[in-house]
Design a protein around this ligand. Structure first.
Ligand SMILES: CC(C)(COP(=O)(O)OP(=O)(O)OC[C@H]1O[C@@H](n2cnc3c(N)ncnc32)[C@H](O)[C@@H]1OP(=O)(O)O)[C@@H](O)C(=O)NCCC(=O)NCCS
Length: 182
């Protein structure tokens, strides 16, 4: 899948994660915000390989669909990793599923997360809408205003405050939702 270029940012390609991404994945996690918000330990090749394997198992099981987001290198046919978007908690006939995302530190503030999330959202409703998917949910902690802004830009409306659930979620969160257009 693709997101078109903007005047200030290159086009994006979204494709399933694969073993070619291991080094870039480890590098992406060498940053405090990623460690804080994106969860998993990602220090070694084995960590990264396990994470990619889990994405591949999700695709095979039809429950979790993670996409590496790549941007074209200027003046070349090569591309590099700039983020991740994921559709998760998918089940046949289930009316809701959840989305998640992160962007590598150097690529932030150029619409990567919001453009990739818009592509993922359309794909999710196109692919699973006939199987009952009506609503996508997006959760973030209250002290993550950049994530709240991504939700807003992608028309995920604020739904309610979710109480903290330590240790995974030490602070309250926001639930945003976007409904399928009929
Ligand atoms: C949240 C995150 C995915 C945003 O990625 P991104 O590619 O920079 O997102 P976009 O460029 O599409 O949009 C970011 C928006 O947040 C705004 N923003 C950034 N920091 C902000 C802050 N501290 N307060 C308010 N808004 C902020 C930006 O200005 C931009 O809005 P604008 O386009 O109206 O100017 C990225 O910061 C990230 O990966 N963080 C670590 C992992 C994470 O938090 N994942 C989400 C977990 S719920």
């Amino acid at each position: 899948m693709r997101a078109e270029a903007t005047p200030s940012a290159p086009s994006l390609v979204l494709r399933p994660w694969c073993v070619r991404d291991l080094a870039a994945l480890i590098e992406a996690y060498q940053e405090p915000a990623m460690r804080r918000w994106a969860g998993s330990a990602m220090e070694t090749d084995a960590d990264a390989a396990g994470w990619v394997r889990a994405q591949q198992q999700g695709w095979a099981a039809g429950t979790r669909f993670g996409f590496a987001v790549l941007a074209k290198d200027p003046g070349s046919s090569a591309d590099h990793l700039v983020g991740n978007v994921v559709l998760k908690e998918v089940a046949s006939g289930k009316p809701s599923a959840e989305v998640g995302y992160w962007t590598t530190a150097h690529a932030r503030g150029r619409g990567v997360a919001s453009r990739a999330l818009e592509v993922l959202t359309r794909w999710a409703f196109d692919t699973f809408g006939d199987d009952g998917l009506e609503r996508l949910e997006l959760l973030h902690q209250v002290d993550n205003p950049a994530s709240c802004r991504v939700a807003e830009k992608c028309r995920y409306s604020f739904d309610r405050v979710l109480p903290a659930a330590p240790p995974a979620f030490p602070l309250d969160g926001h639930l945003h939702t976007r409904h399928k257009e009929h």
